[in-house]
Design a protein around this ligand. Structure first.
Ligand code: XUL
Ligand code: CO
Length: 439
């Protein structure tokens, strides 16, 4: 086992059960425990986000870094990147997760030129490959950072400058290559600056067409190189832009279907992006899942009192339960997983805090999984739903569903039948039932 950057953890974090008082043990996440026909690890497919966990240092717009990362000490950018990658794999092993996710610019520093950046990435991919082979940890998804470099200030695929569009395309090509080389199971497109700040200087129709052209090029390239991973789009309504084009699950699905891209993408739904858009996490998951397009999840949490993307670790059992209900009902996430796109607070200043954050998130989702599984096993919600829509199983309902009747026939039916009585929706009862499972 790698053992250099986290000396306080001398053995992998273990499951000790709910009565354990050990803060460095799982209370609910028990990797090999069967839940239904899959193990917890197979259900949850937990991934660590490279950017927050190993690149984050607590810096914010009001203050300097608070967290001294021992792996980011070197002044040589490539050496720093190598040490960061080694620290990351030590962390994955000690935490006992199977997956990680990265942006190209997380694992490899930008060079003086684009060509140099590509070389840096290729080198780091070779080291990542070696570490993956040594540890068995796999890449859930790769992506490109198309938002940090100042050339992307006005968008990447939606930039008003064709040269910037070209640069973004070239960068994504290399990021897909890197993901393929590392056996990545998915590739994510999060349109960080694909949106607008002011409609006065924006040709919205043109920019949306540009985004579609860009994604079609990605699909073509994927086919050409035989990349087997799944393409995902991650909706977010705003931040850093005032308005982002793929703002919610519904707008993204509309965009994909309008531009002929629906067959090639699924969605990566992030909890904090949902709440930023004024939706619940489970709303976004449900919209995506109902369209057969829930591909993966960025598992985190926002602060409802703050209007920005706080990316906190998920700890709310209602939220993880509702999320797991959607995921179990669609039979899992397939190639996707739960990526902790989450960071510890600026005041959590020690490497060990990274363990506490992840352990809490994994336990919260393990509990959500166990609770949701029991709720579904008991079929309470399903039988309630069946009953609520029962009139569509009867003659009138069946003729509506089969398209056998229109307004005139329905008018005739209504004129000849008694006024329907209202049936209770039983919301309070259902909420009480959910509470009785959250133990
Ligand atoms: C930003 C965000 C990204 C994506 C990947 O809010 O969620 O980190 O997940 O680019
Ligand atoms: Co995210």
């Amino acid at each position: 086992m790698l053992n250099k950057y986290f000396p306080e953890i001398q053995k992998p974090v273990e499951y000790e059960g709910k009565d354990s008082k050990n803060p460095l043990a799982f209370k609910y996440y028990n990797k090999n425990q069967k839940v239904g026909n899959k193990t917890m690890a197979e259900h949850l497919r937990i991934a660590v986000a490279f950017w927050h966990t190993f690149m984050g240092d607590g810096q914010d717009m009001f203050g300097a870094p608070t967290f001294v990362c021992p792996w980011r000490a070197s002044s040589n950018p490539m050496k720093r990147a190598e040490e960061t990658l080694e620290a990351a794999f030590e962390f994955f092993q000690k935490l006992g997760v199977d997956y990680y996710c990265f942006h190209d610019r997380d694992i490899a520093p930008e060079g003086e030129t684009f060509a140099e950046s590509c070389k840096n990435l290729e080198k780091m991919v070779q080291l990542a490959k070696k570490l993956q082979n040594e540890t068995g940890v796999k890449l859930l998804w790769g992506t490109a950072n198309l938002f940090s470099n100042p050339i992307y200030a006005q968008g990447a695929a939606t930039s008003p400058d064709a040269r910037v569009f070209a640069t973004a395309a070239a960068q994504v090509k290399h990021a897909i290559d890197a993901t393929q080389e590392l056996g990545g199971e998915n590739y994510v497109f999060w349109g960080g600056r694909e949106g607008y700040e002011n409609l006065l200087n924006t040709n919205l129709q043109f920019e949306q067409e540009q985004l579609a052209r860009f994604l079609h090029m990605a699909v073509e390239y994927k086919k050409k190189i035989g990349f087997e991973g799944q393409f995902l789009i991650e909706p977010k309504p705003a931040e850093p832009m005032k308005h982002q084009y793929d703002s919610t699950a519904a707008t993204t699905l509309y965009f994909l279907s309008r531009y002929g891209l629906l067959d090639h993408f699924k969605l990566n739904i992030e909890a904090n992006h949902a709440t930023l858009a004024g939706n619940t996490f489970e709303h976004e998951l449900t919209v995506a899942s109902a369209a057969g397009k829930l591909g993966s999840v960025d598992a985190n949490r926002g602060d409802l009192l703050l209007g920005w993307d706080t990316d906190q670790f998920p700890t709310d059992l209602y939220s993880t339960t509702f999320a797991m209900l959607v995921i179990l009902r669609q039979n899992g996430l397939g190639k996707g997983g739960l990526n902790f796109d989450a960071k510890v607070r600026r005041t959590s200043t020690d490497p060990i805090d990274l363990f506490y954050g992840h352990i809490g998130g994994m336990d919260a989702f393990a509990r959500g999984l166990l609770i949701a599984h029991r709720i579904l096993e008991d079929k309470i919600l399903d039988s309630f739903l069946e009953e609520r829509y029962a009139t569509f199983k009867e003659e009138l309902g069946q003729s509506i569903i089969a398209g056998k009747v229109g307004f005139e026939e329905l008018d005739a039916w209504v004129q000849n039948n008694p006024t329907p009585t209202v049936k209770s929706g039983r919301i309070e009862l259902l909420e009480n039932i959910i509470n009785s499972y959250i133990v």
